[in-house]
Ligand binder design. Structure first.
Ligand code: PLP
Length: 369
């Protein structure tokens, strides 16, 4: 009997996928731990979202609304969109997976960028297609590099804007230039997970571009500024034909009822979002200056995290800093898998954690190697 006949064998390519490794959570033996490794908000969710979550407990025997109408309408009202063009997912990760499932197959190529979010590659390979990675420029997505990689096999392009783990962004003029030059059968995915945090006049999450084109989608999440990462709430704004295609293959009850009602309550509370963004901006500036004052290089960020680059000196590298910070209860994210061998990504945390990391890094850099 040949090996293929003796046991179940996954489709070609599946076993080449490196499973996603989430941010660390534990610092063994440390009393007070601050998790700054997954870009979660230090301010939690809106009290109104928490209340809605609690209320959902009263009806656990009922299936959720398979159309997630309450949530889609709340999103549509806040962003001025047609709810028919909104599809909600169990985290935006689910939507990224559905897009690949629907638009990719064996023999197709999908373009991702050098420091792009690892979920894209996993989902592309999961669909049996080939990821094509292009270079970034100064840790920023490079539209010309993407266009140079387009072939007749290209079916999708994934851009995180702003990028993770870089924290950099591409101005809307560049996204438009990319859209115009891409073949019309290529789906351009604009992953705007951090859009709410961006305060730049030349940035747009993608609503305009989706509205006026048949091949562009924007994905968004409630896991970051809305503080609902535990509930898994994402949404996509897309042309009707793309929404229709994804609706045919998604789970009929892909959103649970607590996620639907807490998500709707969270997005209606824009005052809470504003407070979160103001707090974030203050600490983004403070942390960037403090790390630079310590002699570290920081990639300019428009998000709720910073990418910190370490000296190439024995005992002072990112891995050493990671160990030192973890021993003090500060868990950052190693980003080797994203093409930054000597850097750490830090999510902006609560005040005491931010101050603690600044102080600890000062101590780390000052100590004898
Ligand atoms: C955090 C993040 C997401 C959000 O994923 P969810 O599944 O909605 O939690 C999506 N894209 C990027 C680039 C992210 O960093």
């Amino acid at each position: 009997m040949s090996e293929e006949m003796s046991k179940p064998v996954p489709r070609p390519g599946i076993l080449d996928i490196a499973a996603y490794v989430p941010g660390k959570e534990h610092a063994p033996g440390v009393a007070r731990v601050y998790k700054l490794s997954s870009n979660e908000t230090p301010l939690g969710a809106s009290p109104k979202a928490i209340e809605a979550f609690r209320a959902a407990a009263a009806n656990l025997e009922r299936y959720p609304d398979g159309q997630a109408i309450e949530l889609r309408e709340a999103i549509a009202a806040v962003h001025g969109l047609n709810p028919a063009n909104i599809l909600c997912g169990n985290g935006s990760d689910e939507l990224l997976g559905l897009l690949c499932h629907v638009y990719l197959g064996a023999g197709d190529e999908a373009i991702i960028t050098e420091h792009g979010f690892l979920v894209y590659k996993i989902q592309i390979m999961g669909a049996g297609a080939t990821p094509v990675t292009v270079k970034e420029k100064d840790a920023t997505v490079d539209v010309d590099a993407i266009l140079a990689a387009v072939t007749p096999k290209t079916k999708m392009v994934f851009i995180a804007n702003p990028g993770n783990p870089t924290g950099t962004y591409v101005p809307v003029s560049e996204i438009r230039r990319l859209q115009v030059a891409l073949p019309k059968n290529v789906v351009l995915v604009l992953d705007a997970a951090y859009a709410e945090y961006v305060r730049r006049n030349d940035y747009e999450a993608g609503i305009e571009i989706v509205s006026s084109n048949a091949n562009v989608v924007m994905t968004r999440t409630f896991s970051k500024v809305y503080g609902l990462a535990a509930l898994r709430v994402g949404w996509m704004y897309a042309p009707a034909e793309i929404v229709d295609a994804l609706n045919r293959v998604r789970g009929p009850f892909n959103m649970n009822s607590a996620a639907i009602s807490a998500g709707a309550a969270a997005i209606r509370d824009q005052a809470f979002v504003q407070e979160t963004v103001v707090f974030n901006q203050m600490w983004l500036d403070k942390l960037t200056s403090a790390f630079e004052a310590l002699g570290l290089k920081v990639t300019p960020s428009v998000t709720n995290f910073v990418l910190i680059h370490f000296p190439d000196v024995d005992g002072k590298r990112a891995a050493d800093a990671d160990e030192f910070l973890t021993s003090r209860g500060y868990i950052l994210r190693a980003v080797k898998g994203y093409g930054f061998a000597n850097s750490l990504r830090m999510s902006i945390g609560p005040e005491e954690a931010n101050r603690g990391v600044i102080e600890s890094l000062g101590e780390f850099l000052g100590r004898k190697a």
